[in-house]
Ligand binder design. Structure first.
Ligand SMILES: [Zn+2]
Length: 290
């Protein structure tokens, strides 16, 4: 691939950069329009000829502070502003999945992905089994709601943010998810990223978890990932046949490693990476180098 063909950032002054700058102005000016209530923000953007990400103004739901609902622009606090945590979420996006591993149907339908894979994974861990699951249109949000909010002392938000991100590593979710300040979509809200829009549906009710359960899960992901992933994806410490060679069996071989007589030792994280499509993994490499 030549440099020109990759998505390069326009430099200031090019027509494309001016267009982006106009887009930013339009977004801030529509915030004013919205409070005056005379025009829907997306209509305003369309009139000004600005291409805004579809669904950008959809209703979202915060899992922190007063659990506000609104557009992501209105309800996303800074991490340091989080004073109360009500839940921890993960975002499993169907677009990121490898159809060769999960099946074509699961790349096209979040509900199929849930019933054929995610439901089983959650059921195999006592804490994850309590997650609520929402089909957001193009993927699944799993939410561990707390029985009582965790009150965040001054300076502790970063620690809880790391815990929120760490817990996400249990499942093949969006690696760029925003930790504590990630937003879900309310049940019955419309996801207008799609045409026609898709309604957010609850697939699993879930039940509350305690602060101690969250910390246990966090510890398991950090200290025993090989065991946890083998348990979630294969229901025990051994998978037969091995998911990589389909011949021998694969087993836990240390905190961070799995081993198969055919494949040898492998980093246990490969148990999670195998669910992502090659295109998705390539796009992440490009982003990280450029
Ligand atoms: Zn193998």
């Amino acid at each position: 691939m030549s440099k020109q063909s990759t998505r390069s950032k326009p430099s200031a002054g090019t027509p494309s950069a001016r267009k982006q700058s106009r887009a930013r102005q339009a977004i801030s000016s529509t915030a004013v329009n919205r409070s005056s209530g005379d025009q829907r923000p997306q209509d305003a953007l369309v009139e000004q000829g600005v291409h805004e990400e579809r669904g950008a103004y959809d209703e979202r739901e915060s899992l922190v502070n007063d659990r506000r609902r609104g557009t992501k622009y209105d309800i996303t606090p800074k991490v340091e502003e989080v004073a109360a945590i009500h839940g921890f979420m993960n975002d499993l996006d169907c677009k990121m999945l490898d159809p060769a591993v999960v099946g074509v149907e699961c790349v096209e339908s979040a509900e199929a992905f849930y019933s054929q894979h995610v439901r089983l994974w959650l059921d195999r861990d006592p804490v994850l089994a309590k997650a609520e699951v929402r089909d957001t249109g193009g993927g699944l949000h799993t939410i561990l709601w707390l029985d009582e909010p965790i009150l965040v002392a001054a300076g502790e938000a970063r620690i809880w943010n790391d815990i929120a991100r760490g817990i996400c590593n249990a499942l093949p979710g969006d690696p760029d998810l925003n930790g504590l300040i990630a937003l879900t979509r309310p049940v019955a809200a419309m996801n207008t990223k799609y045409n026609p829009p898709r309604e957010v549906r609850q697939l699993r009710l879930g039940e509350p978890v305690s602060r101690a359960e969250i910390l246990n899960l966090s510890r398991l992901v950090a200290e025993q990932p090989a065991r946890l992933w083998m348990q979630l994806f294969f229901g025990g410490e051994r998978a037969e046949p091995c998911p990589f060679c389909s011949k021998e069996s694969l087993g836990v071989a240390g905190y961070w490693q799995v081993r198969c007589y055919q494949c040898g030792r492998a980093n246990a994280a490969s148990l999670v990476y195998r669910f992502y499509s090659p295109d998705f993994l390539d796009s992440r490499k490009e982003n990280h180098h450029g």
